[in-house]
Design a protein around this ligand. Structure first.
Ligand code: ADP
Ligand code: MG
Length: 449
């Protein structure tokens, strides 16, 4: 059989072309033919599936022509070649195993980034719900799903959670998760190695394509172009696409209009900056998690609240802070006290001190809505004045560490209940007013830059 296979493989080269042969046929090792089944060893499941899907009949015919009575091909995955970067049970070859051929795999998934470990709160509930829906792997309802939001708010976490869930629930689907940067790297590599057809085939044959941080390809013309074609080809086949970016599609600079408008065809949801409750929830969850690796550590009252209040930008930083406390505390065998927090996290606490002032916020908001600063602070209650004023109150609460009474004083001596009312009002309106959301995000970016 081995000798026969060499001849068959040669014939296949003529049929499928040099480059396809090199990518798909050469890596196969023919093991045996038994009871009508020809068994091959493939370097990864992806290669095996690919060959089965694309060359099954051709191979079968050639084997039969060579005189063997075969009705089916079977592919086993070699267990010597793959190197697992993370110690975990993995299902999808495309997303998880490392084969010699870099072009075939996505990024290795982090087992921590599952739905189970994702804490849901008001700022991320929509994004979470949408991610859950896609992860069910049912009929494609919105395509693409576009998740966006600032750094460290959980975009990658949700994307990988989708990938995990899909590989569990629908092992039949080829799920490919990778960063836009990696997409570009592969594309450039394929151009260089003249393997562009393979590249196209791979990306057009997956069932679910997930590309993280797509803002990366903005301004990179040929990568953008290729991405656009891949995207369209998959959408046409009704294959699910999930993307993330640090801002809304329309706000990504140097992204072609036709691409950004295509990205908006499905469902665009944003992850809002975390609020205090969510940060507290995340801290509690992570503490339980860290206790598994560091042993149980006693945490004094008020520590979580303090951290949730002070470290407000980025969940990654919050997580890093807590981890440092756990490591330190278990090292010296003492409970986590407020003194330890001040000592141990002085750098983080210093850099997360908010520099934005209420006055700056008022000025920028007044400018944005073309109203006078004096009106913002004064008593007028017409909508055109009151709305921007409430937005400024909301941003003051979100972006500064001022208390409600302190903010009230800076808004012409208003009562703290008035401020609270304003903040609540804006929170409510944000739920169904996308224009308002855009205004707020724009202002936030202006103020934080
Ligand atoms: P992004 O991709 O948006 O920059 P990540 O998904 O990488 O952010 O999140 C940064 C870190 O914060 C990760 O360790 C992630 O697990 C954690 N994280 C973010 N949001 C949540 C959440 N809602 N629940 C639990 N962990 C979270
Ligand atoms: Mg990310």
């Amino acid at each position: 059989m081995k000798e026969n296979w060499a001849g068959i493989s040669d014939e296949l080269r003529r049929e499928v072309g040099e480059s396809n042969h090199k990518s798909w046929i050469e890596p196969l090792e023919c093991l045996a033919i038994e009871q009508g089944v020809a068994r091959f060893r493939a370097p990864s499941r992806f290669v095996g599936d690919w060959v089965k899907r694309n060359y099954h009949d051709q191979i079968l015919t050639l084997i039969r022509n060579s005189g063997s009575d075969v009705t089916r091909l079977d592919f086993v995955v070699s267990n010597a070649a793959p190197v697992r970067l993370k110690p975990d049970p993995v299902r999808s070859a495309t997303t998880t195993t490392t084969t010699g051929d870099d072009m075939l795999q996505g990024t290795v998934l982090d087992p921590k980034l599952s739905f189970d470990n994702f804490v849901v709160g008001k700022p991320n509930e929509l994004a979470h719900a949408a991610a859950r829906r896609v992860a069910e792997g049912g009929p494609v309802t919105f395509n693409p799903l576009f998740l966006y939001g600032g750094v460290g708010l959980g975009k990658t976490h949700l994307m990988q959670a989708i990938a995990w869930e899909l590989t569990e629930k629908r092992p039949d689907l080829q799920v490919l998760y990778l960063s836009a940067e990696k997409f570009m790297y592969r594309f450039v590599q394929a151009l260089r190695d003249r393997e562009i057809m393979d590249f196209k085939n791979i990306f057009r044959s997956v069932d679910v394509l997930m590309v993280d941080d797509v803002q990366f390809i903005a301004g990179k013309e040929s990568t953008q172009e290729e991405f656009f074609h891949t995207f369209n080809a998959l959408v046409d086949q009704n294959k699910q696409i999930v993307m993330s970016a640090d801002r809304a599609p329309g706000e990504i600079k140097d992204l072609e209009a036709r691409i950004s408008s295509r990205m908006q065809c499905g469902l665009v949801v944003d992850l809002h900056p975390t609020n205090y409750e969510l940060r507290l929830g995340i801290l509690q969850r992570k503490a339980a998690h860290f206790a598994q690796s560091y042993g149980s550590v006693t945490i004094n009252d008020g520590i979580f609240e303090f951290l949730a209040h002070r470290i407000s930008t980025n969940v990654r930083v919050l997580e890093g802070a807590l981890q440092r406390l756990f490591a330190f505390s278990s090292l010296i065998g003492q409970e986590i006290t407020m003194d330890m927090v001040q000592d141990c996290l002085s750098d983080i606490l210093r850099s997360s001190e908010r520099r934005v002032t209420v006055e700056e916020i008022q000025r920028k908001v007044a400018e944005h809505f073309s109203i006078r600063l004096s009106d913002m602070l004064g008593p007028k209650r017409t909508r055109t004045i009151a709305r921007p004023r409430q937005i400024a109150m909301y941003l003051s609460k979100e972006l500064t560490s001022r208390s409600l009474p302190e903010i009230g004083r800076r808004f012409g001596g208003r009562d703290h209940t008035t401020i609270l009312h304003g903040v609540r009002k804006v929170e409510e309106m944000r739920a169904n007013d996308s224009q308002l959301n855009e205004d707020i995000e724009l202002l936030r970016r202006l103020l934080e830059s």
